[in-house]
Design a protein around this ligand. Structure first.
Ligand SMILES: [Zn+2]
Length: 319
């Protein structure tokens, strides 16, 4: 049963991804706004329409879409809407929505370089091309306009944008001060910690971002806001935001310290650390487990706990 709660309705759609369902949100503002849309599948579209019907709405009633971030499970279904629909999001969504050959080329070169630096054996290099596979559930279009930190999105006078990079470089959250409600996208999830995914350097830069450091800063930033209820992109809404932030930070610190203890015994490559952290899944989920591994190393380096040296073409880390 879908219902309105303080002008917000939560719809839940199936995704073809291991994460399971995705939540998308309708907000009754000056304009009827949809926050995220779900993956590009027929099943998601049918389910979306039938959930709208419960609210006596059709897709034509949606006046605009705001994206929390660019991942296919949040944006793909845009391709089922008329191209005239207005879509707003952080500027860094654009390179993932309106994908150019140049971006694909940069993406490929970036990951190829990383794989070499991480000492990943060549038999895993086909994973680089395979990263594109999930994009078939994404959309192909441009943003109508961009929104970023401190902005009030069009048609949503009570809401403010918070930049919250980490899980994605394009990630934002929305915050309504009047009643302490936030829409967090994948920033904080009740039962799992979102992956700090590696992305190529931002336009005009040469160094890659350090997503775990960004992520930690983004969730710490939430502590400055008296959030009563934060809706999440996956799973139930979160009412104990501060407690969950502390828990996530502590758990990540603990994992990093485990890695540090290994590096006290011997220098290791990223791939060797990844195998130790994720012995059961690294082969199947190489890109996710590598991101999670690099996250610990970026974190330890930011604390000055470990050093990185180049050994031939690969990096070796030591405490
Ligand atoms: Zn995501």
């Amino acid at each position: 049963m879908i219902e309105w709660n303080n002008g917000i309705a939560v719809l839940t759609l199936l995704t073809p991804f291991p994460v399971g369902d995705v939540n998308i949100f309708l907000i009754k503002g000056e304009r009827l706004t949809l926050i995220d849309v779900g993956p590009k599948t027929e099943a998601a579209w049918e389910s979306f329409k039938s959930q709208l019907k419960e609210l006596k709405l059709t897709p034509r009633d949606i006046e605009q879409v705001i994206l929390t971030h660019h991942h296919p499970d949040h944006v793909g279904l845009l391709d089922f809407f008329p191209p005239s629909l207005e879509v707003y999001g952080h500027p860094l969504n654009e390179r993932w929505l309106n994908r150019t050959d140049t971006f694909f080329e940069e993406h490929k070169e970036f990951f190829h370089r990383l794989f070499v630096e991480f000492a990943i054996p060549e038999r895993f290099f086909p994973y680089i091309e395979a990263m594109k596979k999930t994009l078939k559930f994404s959309c192909n279009r441009s943003l109508t306009g961009t929104i970023t930190e401190g902005d009030t999105p069009p048609g949503l006078d009570d809401w403010k944008v918070l930049n919250t990079p980490g899980h994605a470089q394009s990630h934002i959250a929305l915050w309504r001060e009047t009643d302490g409600v936030a829409i967090g996208g994948d920033l904080l999830l009740a039962t799992i910690s979102p992956n700090p995914l590696l992305e190529p350097p931002l336009p005009g830069e040469t160094e890659r971002p350090a997503p775990q450091l960004q992520y930690n800063a983004s969730i710490k930033k939430l502590l400055n806001y008296p959030i009563q209820c934060m809706y999440a992109g996956h799973g139930p809404e979160i009412r104990n935001v501060a407690e969950l932030v502390e828990k996530r930070l502590a758990k990540q610190h603990e994992r990093a310290m485990l890695v540090k203890s290994w590096l006290e015994a011997a220098p290791l490559t990223v791939f060797e650390i990844c195998q130790r952290l994720f012995p059961a899944v690294y082969e199947r989920e190489l890109t996710l487990t590598i991101s999670e591994t690099v996250a610990q190393l970026d974190y330890l380096r930011s604390l000055g706990e470990i050093d990185m040296m180049k050994d031939n073409k690969a990096y070796l880390y030591k405490a």
